[in-house]
Design a binder for this molecule. Structure first.
Ligand code: GLU
Length: 493
């Protein structure tokens, strides 16, 4: 396929939270434009006044920005084909529908909502497909026009065509029966266009060469092709992207978990990981490469490698991908992200800190965090590293547990403190060697000594690993904590 400087657009409707499926469309379209050195346009399809939601536009923009997708034309950026909000282009659609009426491709329909309901009910009774019965198409409606009654403008589906062929860049040739198409509405009685009219007018006016959109729009494409024909415009090339399903193979929805890209942002996913994960839903380079840098993606992304079959949104894979990005992300970036997240978390939860959460402190615990977390969600990170920031205080159960450690005595514990104190090169390895020697000397069970010390210095019975914890805490704080804990051992001697 030779493609030269394409112009392609992402055309979301501000009707709710930005769905990961829509963001995948944005990513594919953006990569396609960047790969071929074309232009990526953001157009807001806000003509459905009833479904428009406050804040939805901001969420879309935030979602795109978070993923690192920039647009060459669109809201905030501007451009020579604006305005980029369909609600600001109404005159254009009204003129376009008038032109279609003049050229006998459209007509005014005065049917009232009641009449349409009755029509549908009759069709249901007769087991006919619900369709507008075209009663205003040939009728003389001049009396209704004279009375200034409200009307919609409908498209006249031509009667001399059998099939409409969509030549899809992903699906190949797809045929549609013309007779099954309804005389669809172009302009509503409030003067607002329907999706079909506005979409076609704008894709033409904005000189869009390639339309990449979700598969659910494929059934609208024959209508769009007829509209292009009626206007005498050359249609863009179409690529309908495969569906995204949940793990039960039904269409991805809230039932399967978070569907808004912003939820993933707040739940601790990294934008690069999210983008990498989403790009693999329907596209692949080969059957093995999973991790792609953005630069590499721009280099290798082509429509040819988009598949037809649906993909499953596998959260476990996303978590794995995210953990890979956490492990390999630059320390600076991840440290400052974690510092902010954990400071906010502690403030919100009014957690009393022994050591403040600073970049330096987070750097100290960064390695153990990176190894263990899948997301930078505070709920997941805090239990891994809180020992460094909070003063550990054993709970009732831990106190009893410590007292039950039969092979441990205060004497051994005291010597452990002295041993720790005497280590100059305070590293994980040295600490382990020294403490193990002690076990041998006193024939103390590792579980008894190490289990107790772990509770003393971290307040936990399991993980983080003991010796690295010593190293992270440092000698002074470790000894302080061990000494403070001595009181809980007294009965065990
Ligand atoms: N406004 C439509 C949407 O929300 C755009 C469909 C298209 O790209 O043509 O997905």
């Amino acid at each position: 396929m030779t493609i030269n400087k394409p112009r392609s657009r992402f055309a979301p409707s501000p009707t709710g939270e930005p769905h990961v499926g829509n963001m995948r469309t944005a990513i594919f379209t953006w990569l396609f434009c960047r790969h071929y050195g074309g232009e990526f346009i953001l157009r807001i399809e806000d003509t459905d006044q009833a479904r428009k939601q406050d804040g939805a536009l901001e969420s879309i923009i935030n979602g795109l920005r978070w993923l690192g997708l920039d647009w060459d034309e669109g809201p905030e950026t501007g451009g020579s084909h604006g305005p980029y909000f369909q609600s600001e282009r109404l005159e254009l659609y009204q003129n376009a529908s008038n032109i279609l009426i003049e050229n006998n491709w459209a007509y005014k329909c005065y049917c009232t909502p009641e009449e349409l309901t009755e029509m549908r009910q009759n069709q249901q009774k007769q087991k006919l497909p619900p369709q507008y019965d075209r009663r205003c198409r040939n009728a003389d409606t001049s009396d209704k026009a004279a009375k200034n009654l409200p009307y919609v403008i409908r498209f006249k589906i031509p009667e001399n065509i059998d099939t409409i062929v969509v030549d899809d860049l992903i699906r190949g040739r797809v045929e549609f029966q013309n007779t099954l198409l309804d005389d669809f509405v172009l302009l509503k009685s409030d003067g607002f266009p329907t999706y079909h009219l506005a979409n076609v007018v704008d894709d033409h006016e904005m000189e869009i060469s390639h339309v990449l959109r979700a598969e659910e729009w494929l059934s609208s494409t024959p209508k769009h092709l007829l509209l292009y024909k009626a206007f005498g415009y050359t249609p863009p090339a179409f690529a309908h992207l495969p569906m995204i399903l949940g793990n039960d193979k039904s269409k991805l929805s809230k039932r399967h978990g978070a569907t808004s890209i912003l939820e993933y942002q707040t739940n601790g996913y990294l934008p690069d990981a999210m983008l990498n994960f989403l790009v693999l839903l329907g596209w692949s380079l080969d059957d093995k490469t999973e991790i792609f840098s953005l630069e590499n993606l721009i280099n290798v992304f082509t429509i040819e490698r988009i598949g037809k079959s649906p993909s499953i949104f596998n959260t476990e894979k996303l978590n794995w991908m995210n953990s890979q990005y956490i492990k390999t992300s630059s320390d600076n970036y991840i440290t400052s992200a974690i510092t902010t997240i954990l400071s906010d978390y502690c403030e919100t939860n009014m957690i009393e800190l022994e050591t403040p959460i600073t970049q330096d402190a987070i750097t100290t615990v960064l390695d153990i965090l990176k190894e263990r977390i899948k997301t930078i969600n505070p709920e997941e990170m805090w239990p891994v590293c809180n020992f460094f920031f909070e003063t550990p205080e054993p709970n009732e159960q831990q106190r009893l547990l410590v007292k039950s450690k039969a092979s441990l005595s205060s004497e051994i514990y005291e010597e452990a403190i002295n041993t720790i104190n005497s280590i100059d090169d305070f590293t994980e390895e040295k600490i382990e060697i020294s403490l193990r020697k002690l076990l041998e000397k006193y024939e103390c069970k590792p579980r008894d000594l190490f289990g107790t010390i772990r509770i003393a210095i971290t307040g936990k019975e399991v993980s983080p690993p003991l010796f690295i914890t010593f190293e992270i805490l440092g000698k002074t704080r470790s000894i302080e904590r061990m000494q403070r804990f001595t009181k809980y051992l007294s009965v065990a001697t």
